[in-house]
Design a protein around this ligand. Structure first.
Ligand code: SF4
Length: 314
C-alpha cells in the first residue's frame, strides 16, 4: 500500500457527479492504481455549486474571452468556477500527480471543443478551465487524461513521473540541501540518461557545480529541467544504451555466458521481440546476486512497484 497523494476527476472513481447523475468509472484507477495512490477526488462543477443534475456546459469564445456557459441558453458560470478554482488550488500543493477526465469543459486536458456565441464549434484546441488552472499553478505536476492511460507507453511514463516527483517532494519535506540534491540526482541518473541524454549531462554539471547560488535557486532550475526530461518518451535504443552501461558496472560479477545472455536479450528488446522487463529482470537478478553499491542507488532498476507490470508492455 502507498500513500502517494494523487488528484483525480471524481467521476472516474464511479461517483455519480456528472451532469446527468452518471459517472465514468475507470476500473484501472479504482482496481489497480488505488492500491498505490491515495486518490483525492474532485468534481469542479459539483464543488463550484452547479449541482447534480445540472444543465450541460461548454466553452465559448466571446468578446470578453473564454467563458464557461450552459450549452442551451446563455447562463455563464465562468466567474463562479474561477472563484472556486482560486480558493481550491492552494489545497492541492501536496499532490504528486493528477488524472483528469477527458472531453470535459472543466477537467479536459486537451482537444476540448470551443464554441462561438451561436454555439457552433470553432476549434478543438481548448482545455478545461480547472485543468488549465491546475497545470498553470503546478507546472511540474505529472498530469494525464484517463483515456490516454490505455496507451502502455503513456501509462508507464505517467506513473514513473509520479514516483519521481514524489521522491522530489519527500526530499523537500525532509529538508532541501546541496547533499540531498546530489543524492536525488544520483538516484535518478540512469532514468534521466534514458529519457534525455542531453539534459542528463546539463543537470550533472549543474549539480556538480552548485557554486554560491542559493540552494533554492539551484533546485528550482534543476527540477524544471528534470521533469521536462522525464516526460520525454524513452526510445528502445536509449533503454538499450542504459542497460549496456549498467552491464559495465556488473562486469566483475557476470560470467561470460551471463553477459552473452543479457546482451542477446537487450538485442531482442531492440528488435521488439521481447518487452523491457526481460533484459531488465536479468540485470536485476545479476545485481541482486552480487550487489554493486552504485547500481543499488539507481531508481532506474525499480522506478515503481514491480507488480504494476508496466515494463511487460513497453
Ligand atoms: S469531468 Fe470533472 S466536472 Fe465533469 S463530472 Fe467528472 S469530475 Fe465533475
Amino acid at each position: 500500500m502507498s500513500n502517494i497523494p494523487v488528484g483525480i476527476s471524481a467521476c472516474l472513481l464511479g461517483n455519480p457527479v456528472r451532469h446527468d447523475g452518471g459517472h465514468k468509472h475507470s476500473r484501472f484507477c479504482t482496481g489497480v492504481l488505488s492500491r498505490y495512490f491515495e486518490f483525492r477526488s474532485i468534481c469542479p462543477e459539483l464543488e463550484a455549486g452547479l449541482g447534480v443534475p445540472r444543465p450541460t456546459i461548454h466553452l465559448r469564445e466571446l468578446d470578453n474571452g473564454l467563458r464557461l456557459t450552459e450549452s442551451k441558453g446563455d447562463a455563464d458560470h465562468t466567474d463562479t468556477m474561477r472563484d472556486w478554482i482560486e480558493s481550491r488550488l492552494p489545497q492541492l500543493a501536496d499532490l504528486r500527480g493528477y488524472i483528469l477526465m477527458a472531453k470535459s469543459p472543466s477537467c479536459g486536458m486537451e482537444r476540448i471543443k470551443v464554441h462561438n456565441e451561436k454555439g457552433r464549434v470553432i476549434h478543438r484546441e481548448g482545455r478545461g478551465l480547472f485543468a488549465d488552472a491546475l497545470m498553470q499553478a503546478y507546472p511540474l505536476l505529472p498530469v494525464e487524461e484517463e483515456g490516454r492511460l490505455n496507451d502502455s507507453h503513456l501509462r508507464e511514463n505517467f506513473i514513473e513521473r509520479v514516483y519521481a516527483y514524489d521522491d522530489w517532494m519527500r526530499m523537500q519535506d525532509e529538508g532541501l540541501s546541496r547533499s540531498a540534491l546530489v543524492a536525488f540526482h544520483t538516484r535518478h541518473k540512469f532514468q534521466l540518461m534514458a529519457h534525455c541524454e542531453k539534459t542528463y549531462r546539463i543537470l550533472g554539471r549543474q549539480v556538480a557545480d552548485q557554486k554560491s547560488e542559493p540552494i533554492e535557486t539551484v533546485a528550482n532550475r534543476y527540477i524544471r529541467l528534470f521533469m521536462e526530461a522525464m516526460s520525454q518518451k524513452i526510445h528502445r535504443g536509449a533503454h538499450a544504451n542504459v542497460m549496456q552501461h549498467m552491464m559495465g558496472f556488473l562486469r566483475e560479477s557476470l560470467s561470460a555466458s551471463d553477459r552473452q545472455v543479457i546482451g542477446e536479450q537487450i538485442e531482442a528488446y531492440l528488435r521488439e521481440e521481447v518487452p523491457l522487463v526481460v533484459p531488465m529482470t536479468l540485470l536485476r537478478m545479476a545485481q541482486r546476486r552480487e550487489p554493486v553499491d552504485y547500481l543499488a542507488r539507481q531508481d532506474y532498476l525499480s522506478p515503481y512497484p514491480e507488480d504494476l507490470g508496466l515494463r511487460n508492455r513497453v
